[in-house]
Design a protein around this ligand. Structure first.
Ligand SMILES: [Zn+2]
Length: 289
């Protein structure tokens, strides 16, 4: 069964927001000269706490908007295939990120998957029909989760929107629409987030580590890239423009596998060893509203 967002999460979110506001309210007026070291330390801790809270806020805004657009699938037999993979990835990846990972199916035409700050991972239903085996799906999701672990989206947003963390933090605290507007911008970019090649490669490698931990063969991501290479241009999904077929990335993964034999040697590089994925045709979907 899917695990739609729970009211307790919303409550936790509200409490969290209040917590930040409370913190700020009780903070003494800014002092210009040499605050004591302890205060500086406390401010640092508070700042990093706020960074994380902003990730949750951004993620929540995106969730609200996808939900308002009627794109989030609340229940579907497709979750039966997704859930065991999502659970395994959550278990492996959770120690690397401070907020709970949650996986949602969304309905869009182009096979895709994207993660937002705060831990939500969205899997476009058609991706389940596109992948050839469970390992390809797991590899894709491990990659996405790794963008979240690395805070790639937040960094990119800050760069592209030319905002500063402090500015966003202030907007969130004042209940400004800035976070809301940024979430809209983020949704618009979810399908074309221009991560740097370096960020993509790092997500590949961390993703393969996460996948290896789940037990799903990390070669799945390599197989997916290879399928892209062989697909005709009309078949190439949106996923490719986010994750361009890049021989360098395949090479980097292979190198990573070779350099860490204790982790990767046990996995079979042969795509034929993939586990078939059984997706019911035209599976029914009930949308969240
Ligand atoms: Zn990526």
């Amino acid at each position: 069964m899917p695990k739609p967002i729970s009211s307790s999460l919303l409550l936790a979110f509200t409490v969290l927001s209040l917590g930040i506001a409370g913190c700020t309210g009780s903070r003494p007026a800014p002092q210009e000269q040499n605050p004591p070291a302890q205060t500086q330390q406390a401010q640092k801790v508070e700042a990093s706490q706020q960074d994380q809270d902003q990730e949750v806020q951004m993620g929540q805004e995106v969730f609200n908007q996808l939900k308002a657009k009627g794109e989030i699938v609340e229940s579907s037999p497709l979750y039966d295939e997704l859930k065991p993979i999502a659970d395994a990835i959550t278990q492996a990846a959770q120690p690397r990120y401070n907020h709970p990972f949650k996986f949602y199916l969304v309905h869009e035409t182009q096979p895709n998957a994207f993660a937002t700050p705060g831990g939500n991972v969205y899997v476009v239903d058609s991706l389940l029909y596109f992948v050839k085996n469970k390992e390809q799906l797991a590899g894709t999701l491990c990659h996405e989760v790794s963008h979240t672990i690395h805070h790639d989206t937040m960094e990119l947003m800050e760069k592209q929107e030319k905002i500063e963390k402090r500015e966003l933090g202030a907007a969130v605290l004042m209940g400004s629409t800035r976070a809301h507007l940024l979430a809209i911008a983020l949704i618009g970019k979810l399908h074309s987030l221009g991560y740097s090649r370096g960020a993509e490669e790092r997500a590949d490698l961390t993703g393969s580590d996460v996948c290896a931990q789940t037990g799903y063969n990390p070669w799945g991501l390599v197989w997916l890239f290879q399928d892209f290479k062989n697909a005709s241009s009309t078949e190439i999904p949106q996923l490719l423009s986010d994750h361009p077929n890049d021989q360098n990335r395949v090479d980097a993964l292979k190198r990573h596998f070779k350099e860490n034999p204790a982790v990767f040697q046990k996995f079979n590089p042969d795509p034929k060893s993939g586990t078939p994925i059984n997706i019911p045709k035209h599976a029914e979907e009930v949308f969240m509203h």
